[in-house]
Design a protein around this ligand. Structure first.
Ligand code: SF4
Length: 369
């Protein structure tokens, strides 16, 4: 099976329950209060946003994956990373452990992706992982892999816990993307060490302008020999905090890059849902459901999404109710025009938006492989 039964069954039940009985406190639409001190913010009134057709899930909002960033400090300076640029002034801040756990409880998402920054630099990373697992959550600990070989033994293997190692290509190109030689080799040693200790390990790959999809095929074939359990893959998105705009893809370019993604998914254990992959190769329309993947970091709940920041909210309810959700997404906000990232659209597929006959069978086959 692609995922542990607890994840597949738990997610199905969680989504069905929340679709039938959406939490009313999260469905109100209150006036937004953007942060005037945020240099990355574009006020909706300035963005040319127009009134869009009602979003199919606008009154049934609930989160699926919490993106938890307990810090933004990192040992690398990857070319495509917006965090080390957007949060430069607070780069040394770390969330107290209790605040991380409160965020997990407040939003209640069944999956927690612990990201950053580099999570291994977070002072309480082992306690955070253990206490998140104790809450019955599934964890993806997103890392560049540089500390994995030495520190994996501090954690306890669990079917609900995955190390998620960032790899954007084979050695030469990955080291170029992360701007340091030797990172690929160390990440691979880390993967081997984690697998030897009995951990589940998956990888996370971002596709840029320069990415040759044949090299990603080669990468996945190599990772297969290490026993890697699965792969996440998504197109890069040129959001406002990253200056290197020429490395990012337009929507049309994404469709070309991902035209044969179904063949790759047939051959390798790709964790993205097949419905999201249909979207990436232009075979399915999906609206953005950014609330499905909320982000909590050292400034609070980041709205509207993992990528662009118009406000930081003190509470999850505030994020859910004071974000003008229908003003975002392609056609509504120019910043969203070329965005097809999984944190905006994977949840749309999971919510069953624009579903077709046969989708359930397709999802079942994918989950059981
Ligand atoms: S489309 Fe959604 S996920 Fe992408 S940038 Fe816009 S609001 Fe964020």
């Amino acid at each position: 099976m692609r995922f542990p039964l607890s994840l597949t069954a738990g997610m199905a039940g969680y989504i069905a329950k929340n679709k039938m009985f959406p939490k009313q406190a999260w469905q109100e639409n209150r006036a937004a209060e953007p942060d005037p001190n945020n240099p990355f913010q574009i006020m909706q009134s300035m963005s040319g946003a127009k009134k869009s057709t009602p979003h199919p899930m606008i009154n049934k909002r609930f989160p699926i994956v919490l993106m938890l960033e307990p810090l933004h400090a990192c040992n690398l300076t990857c070319t495509g990373c917006g965090r080390i640029r957007e949060y430069e002034s607070s780069i040394t801040d770390q969330l107290p452990l209790e605040e991380c756990l409160h965020a997990i409880d407040e939003c209640g998402a069944p999956i927690v992706a612990i990201a950053g920054g580099e999570p291994f630099l977070y002072k309480d990373i082992v306690a955070l992982t253990n206490q998140t697992l104790a809450r019955g959550k599934h964890i993806y600990l997103c890392t560049n892999g540089m500390f994995l070989r030495k520190r994996a033994k501090e954690f306890t293997p669990s079917p609900r816990f995955f190390f998620n190692v960032h790899l954007d290509g084979m050695e030469a190109n990955h080291d170029l993307a992360v701007e340091r030689p030797g990172v690929f080799k160390e990440a691979v040693e880390g993967i081997k060490a984690a697998k030897a200790l009995g951990f589940k390990v998956c990888t996370n790959t971002t596709v840029y302008q320069e990415t040759d999809m044949k090299e990603i095929w080669e990468l996945f074939a190599f990772l297969e020999t290490l026993g890697v359990d699965g792969h996440q893959i998504a197109p890069a998105y040129g959001y406002s905090a990253v200056n290197e705009r020429e490395i990012f893809l337009t929507r049309d370019e994404i469709l070309v890059k991902f035209a044969e993604i179904d063949k790759m998914a047939e051959r390798f254990p790709i964790n993205n849902s097949p419905l999201y992959l249909d979207f990436l190769r232009g075979d399915r329309e999906l609206p953005c459901t950014a609330w499905g993947n909320p982000t909590y970091n050292t400034k609070g709940w980041k709205g509207p999404c993992y990528l662009i920041t118009d406000a930081h909210h003190k509470t999850f309810e505030d994020l859910m109710t004071r974000t003008p959700w229908e003003s975002y997404g392609a056609g509504n906000d120019p910043r969203c025009e070329h965005c097809m990232v999984h944190c905006g659209y994977e949840a749309s597929a999971a919510f069953g938006i624009n579903g077709r006959p046969g989708d359930n069978l397709k999802l079942l086959k994918w989950a059981m492989r």
